[in-house]
Structure formats: C-alpha cells, structure tokens
Ligand binder design. Structure first.
Ligand code: MSP
Length: 519
C-alpha cells in the first residue's frame, strides 16, 4: 500500500472574495502536491472555505442577505478561482457541510465528557473584529488597544472553556523532540516563534459564543444556547474531510481510510498570521487531547505574505489585488509562475504587476520559450524535425544530472523558487550552448553533420527534462513543450534521467509558447 502524502491549506474566510494572498497559498500547496504526484506518490490535497463566524455574519448582514446565502456566493468565487488557476485538490472542505458539523460536535462532546471542557464566567474588554476577549498584554505602549483590534467593548459573559494550559508542557516537549522525526514547524525561525509563544501560554481557550450575539456557527452538543468558536470549528476541517470518526478516541482504531491519509507525512500549509496561536497552539493541543500520538502530528509549513507597497493587503485598506483580473490579463501560467518564483517560501514579498511582466518576459518568453522555439525551428530547418543520437556524452548531460539533484533537494524542502531558479539556470546554459555550437554554421559544413545532429539531439533532450521539472508550477506549459517535442503526455519524475528520447525521434511543429508581454 503506497503511503499518502496529505497536504492541506488554511481554509479561507468567506466574508469577502479571494485576493492574491489566498491564491498564493493554494498555488503553493498545489505545486507541492503536483511534485509529490510526479514522484509517483499518492496525494490527498484538501482545501476549502471557512464559512461560519462573526465576520461572515456581519458581512452577510451588511449585504442584506442570510448568511447561508451569502457564503454560497463567496464560496463560488473561491471554487471558480481554483479552477481557473489549475489548483487541483482531492477534497473540498466547506464548514457548513453536515459531515463536518457531526465531527465538530462529536469532538466537543468527547472533550466535554472527558472533563476537558468546563463552563466559566468572564468579564472584560472584547474585540469585535478579532472575536476575542483582550487582556492587558494586548494593550499598546499608550495603554490603549491598537487599531488592529477594531471596535473594543466591555462584556460579561458565561462561556465554555477548553483546558488548553493543561497541555502546555506536552506541547513544549513535543516541539523540542519533534526534530528527531521532522521539525514541528518550518522554517526554523517560525518554530522558535511558536516555542516562545507556548512558554508564555497562560489561560484556557474560550470555545463558545452565546447565540445571543452569534448564531452563525455550530451549536454546542451539550448546550443549545451556544455555538462553538469559529477556530475550533474551522481547524477541525482538516480531519472531518479526511474521514475521521469523532466517536473513536484512539487514533489506531480510526477507519483505515483516515489512517491511510493522515500519517506522519501530513503537511499543513498556513500563513504566518495563523501559526500563533491558532495552528501552533490550539490545533496541536486539540489533536493531542483527542488522542493523536506525537508521531502523527502534522508538520506546519508557514509561508510569508504578499504585501503591496510594503503594506499589508486588506479589504478594509482597499488595496487587495484581484487574481482573476491578473489571470485573464496575463494568463494563468504567468500568474502561477510569478506567485511562486518571486517569493521565497517563508518570507514576505512585495506584489508588483511590473515584476510579474518582467519575470515572465525574462524567464519564460526570452529564456525557456526561446530555447524551445530555436531548437525546434533549427531541427525542422536542417533535419526535417528529426533528431538523432550521435557522438559521445554532452556537457549538458552532466549539468542535467546536477540540476535534477539540486532541484529535488529544493523541492523537497518546499523551496520552490530555488528549484525554479535552478531550472532557469539550466535553460540559460542551453541557450548559451546554442550560441557556442552555432548549429547554423554547422549546417553549412557537410563535414560537421554529426556535430549538428549531436547538438540538436542534446537540446531536445534538455527541453524534455526541463518540461518535466517545471510541470508542478507550469502544468500547461510542460504539456505543450512535451507535445511540441512529440514526447509522451504521461511522464514521471524518473524520466528526468538523461537519455529518455529515442535514438531517432521526430519532433513536432514549433508554436510560440510564451508570447512576450508588451507593456
Ligand atoms: N479562515 C482562517 C483560516 C482557518 S484554517 C483552519 C483564515 N482565513 S483567511 O482567509 O484570512 O486567510 C487564509 C489564508 O490566506 C491564511 O493562511 C493567510 O495567511 C493567507 N493569506 C491571507 N492574506 C495573505 C497575503 N497577503 N499573502 C499571503 N497569504 C495570505 O485565516
């Protein structure tokens, strides 16, 4: 039974339509998923939408429609976007799904029965925007709550609490020991950030909201006057849509289908804003409390943010970038390429349409597109499109082997931009090889016929390899290159070994692949 690589992303709030930041995360996870599929692994990619909570309730009220109707409309925009951007997932999580509700309620009931949830009274300052009570720690140097908390009001409320602090020592131990198998969090500096936050962890987690102020949520199974806190609801999606049975408290006794998916190779892709406390503290502790052993804790891959002019993108600030508009304007692959190659995983980057065009023209139109077009044109002009294996090894073969090695290392550590850079360097070398061998000169000299055949064959082989390696990021371009090379539409990672082209091979017709974007 092959192992499954289980990958998830944060599920997006449905209070407003998707922007470029949401698109980046789903494309990033899609690229990682496609890479694992290419390696022949079974992949289960889960993504979806976070439909409950106060933000959604408020946006629906503002729009003058019931929340259920409101989320349907926004959800459709996300679905359409993933389709447009070729984000290929295996399961779709919608938190209004009855299946999800059953798991959330089942988990709450179990934790309640085990004494992990209790009722208590709380009074204090409450942030409406962040849907949480605030403590003095949240006050700024001036003693006030900063603008990030939005409207803050005094409240007194009875609520249910999850015994988070009881698991603090476990979490610290887990983070410290996780390195033996794999790191709990990548990159390293985020793991340090999490550890420091856990050290400071004080109280328990309020996991309910009285229906009097929020009814757009999942009802507590043991008290119908409350709904559950949106994070408790949302985080659970990762298991509810993977076949988890909430009635079984032992991971080993979970349905086979679930255990096949949820193994120690579970990777959760999230943005830097939702590591502390949501995923790094609440989620890991929730899993531990419901009986997940340490060796199947998910690994958290924390990515940075796309900003705009150095500032955070937000709907309130009115500076969000619409991914649909960009995909229509420049093409899906241009957008995917930019989002993946102009940011280092874990770091922030600044979004710029000018950069998108620049990167596309330089790397795709001028470099890769040119290599394809020149190679095919020359092969047709001088050899009627037939390439033949003659002569000995080419220096490009050694470079290709090197490329595959460094590419794999980068991809395996999710440094997609580095992997794509390596491919880019290889393509540059191939273009330089054309200049160096000057096939147009060789073609004029019958004594150099073999040298010409050799050069054309080597270039076609290099292109075949490059196409397979770019396929996780640029699936359509890869398909198109292989089509023009007249090589199999089905391929695997193993076929990046040098020498995959038949000794005598008819190439297809050249069609410009990446037309330059003119400003
Ligand atoms: N609904 C919660 C997550 C629940 S997970 C169980 C949420 N939603 S969100 O819509 O605000 O954000 C979804 C994801 O998009 C998060 O991982 C977030 O970090 C990411 N991004 C939001 N804006 C972003 C950028 N500007 N850049 C990159 N990623 C960004 O949080």
């Amino acid at each position: 039974m092959p192992k499954t690589f289980f990958i998830t992303t944060a599920i997006d709030y449905t209070n407003s339509p998707p922007h470029i930041g949401h698109a980046y995360e789903k494309v990033l996870a899609d690229v990682i998923a496609r890479y694992h599929r290419l390696k022949g692994e079974k992949v289960f990619y889960l993504t979806g939408v976070d439909q409950h909570g106060q933000k959604v309730q408020q946006s629906a009220a503002k729009a003058g429609v019931p929340p259920a109707e409101f989320v349907k409309g926004v959800t459709q925009k996300f679905v359409d976007l993933w389709k447009k951007l070729d984000v290929k997932y295996d399961a779709w999580a919608e938190t209004i799904d009855p299946r999800h509700k059953r798991v959330v309620q089942g988990m709450l009931q179990r934790l309640f029965d085990a004494g992990q949830i209790y009722k208590d009274k709380q009074s204090g300052y409450y942030s409406v925007r962040q849907e949480q009570f605030l403590t003095d720690k949240e006050r700024g140097p001036d003693g006030e709550f900063g603008p990030e908390w939005g409207q803050v009001e005094f409240r007194e409320e009875e609520n249910y609490y999850f015994k988070l602090s009881q698991h603090k020592d476990w979490l610290l131990r887990y983070i410290d020991s996780a390195g033996a198998g794999h790191d709990a969090v990548i990159p390293d500096f985020r793991q340090t950030e999490l550890r420091n936050a856990v050290e400071r962890l004080g109280g328990d987690l309020c996991i309910s909201r009285p229906k009097s102020r929020l009814d757009w949520g999942i009802e507590l199974p043991f008290d119908k006057d409350f709904v559950t806190y949106v994070w408790f609801d949302a985080l659970t999606n990762y298991i509810s849509f993977a076949g988890y049975d909430p009635k079984i408290d032992n991971y080993e006794k979970q349905p086979q289908e679930f255990r096949d998916r949820w193994t120690k190779d579970t990777l959760q892709v999230i943005g830097k804003d939702i590591l502390v406390p949501a995923h790094g503290i609440y989620w890991l502790i929730m899993l531990h409390a419901i009986g997940f052993p340490d060796d199947v804790m998910p690994q958290l891959l924390v990515h940075g943010w796309w900003n705009l002019g150095g500032a955070k993108m937000s709907k309130t600030a009115g500076n969000v970038i619409d991914p649909f508009a960009l995909a229509y304007k420049y093409g899906v692959e241009a957008l995917r390429y930019y989002l993946i190659s102009d940011i280092a995983t874990g770091k922030d980057a600044d979004f710029s349409e000018e950069r998108l065009i620049k990167r596309y023209n330089a790397d795709l139109a001028n470099n890769l597109g040119n290599l394809l077009n020149r190679t095919l044109n020359m092969a047709h002009r001088y050899r009627e499109g037939i390439v033949k294996q003659v002569g000995g090894d080419s220096p490009l073969a050694a470079q290709a082997a090197d490329l595959v090695r460094t590419y794999s290392a980068a991809m395996s550590s999710h440094e997609i931009q580095a992997a794509m850079e390596r491919v880019g360097e290889f393509v540059t070398t191939c273009n330089a090889y054309i200049e160096m061998t000057a096939p147009w000169k060789l073609a004029k000299n019958p004594e150099r016929a073999e040298a010409l055949d050799h050069a054309l064959f080597v270039l076609a082989e290099a292109l075949r390899l490059a196409a397979i390696l770019i396929s996780p990021v640029l699936p359509n371009a890869a398909r198109e290159i292989l089509y023009q090379l007249n090589w199999s539409a089905e391929y695997t990672f193993e076929q990046t070994n040098w020498g995959g082209l038949p000794a005598k091979h008819q190439l297809g017709k050249p069609v410009p692949l990446f037309p330059r974007i003119e400003l």
